[in-house]
Design a protein around this ligand. Sequence first.
Ligand code: SF4
Length: 362
Amino acid sequence: MMQRELSDAELLALDLDLFSTDCERPELCEGDAGHTSNRSTESCCTGQGTAEVTCSANEQSSNQQNVSEQESDPLCEGSSTKRRKWDARIPLERFGRKYLSVTDLSRQAWCEQQVVYGMELPHIQQLRDEVPVVKAGSCLHLARELEVQDVVPINVESREDNWAVKMLNLLSMIQFLQAGELELRELKTRGQRTYPSAAQKRSHHLQVSIYKLLFEAMIKGQLNKDTITHHLHLRTEQPLGSEILVHAQKVGFTINTFGDLLDLMLLNLTYADIPSVDTMKIEYCYQADASVIGTEVVSFEEEWVKSELKHYSSFWKGQREATGVDIEEAWKCRSCDFADICEWRQSKAEEATQKNRANQCK
Ligand code: SF4
């Protein structure tokens, strides 16, 4: 059975052609610029064949840097619309993203405008991430992960080391992925003991469907080494840190550089004869006592997923403006942190008022 072994970012980072754009201006992030040595701790997994889902400490620092940069950016003053007009970069560049995560895309399915505000005003998004209900959800996820894996702390010295940890986790999982039918399970935690609304389910369905799409692209050998290194600004010739090498040796891999490990991973994924995902399930769990509310089987509709992805990626590539929710889904705005400042919402409200007036005049 396949548990949730791969993080969103890992999966999408490994299939960048689908979602990334070729930015002429490489962005810099901490640990990236000059590739300075940066010691931090990552985790490798052993034992039960599931990969660790971790955020790299370097990437977290990078996010923090982005926050302060955006707060002091003069372009951040004034309305969002003005700000966007001033800034000619495409959204992917404007928000300093190398790639999109599946979470970004499934949030976009809920409200694209909300995703944009979350990135433009990260301090508000951070407050949201710190509310008890969100924290409780994260704890449940962590508890589930710890049920099926042992975590080994590893000191990492470069961005290549961070990615090496992810790749070693993936490699250590391959033998388990080969064993028979694969079931993709996603855990969703809920503050109430109820199923989510149809709109929430739709974004959850999109999320697991993208996992399946990317997973299958990965095992069909559709990952491209140059795409990975180019978009993530990783150096194949970078020697891996001592703790990475020791761990790799322990799990049976003899490697020296990041490029060695990347080649090994791509080769293994292509020739390991890993089957496709048979079933996709979403388990809804009540946060207060971790009891299961229910499990939904999701049917995979490839055409639908691909057309959704095309639509969402066109925003990131600057081919269209962000959109908010339709008037029929205005109920979503009631629980939105950006409702007071949302220009989309205001324009929809004005539209509705004018329509009402016109109807009254008839
Ligand atoms: S107020 Fe409504 S339209 Fe605006 S960002 Fe929030 S959910 Fe989206």
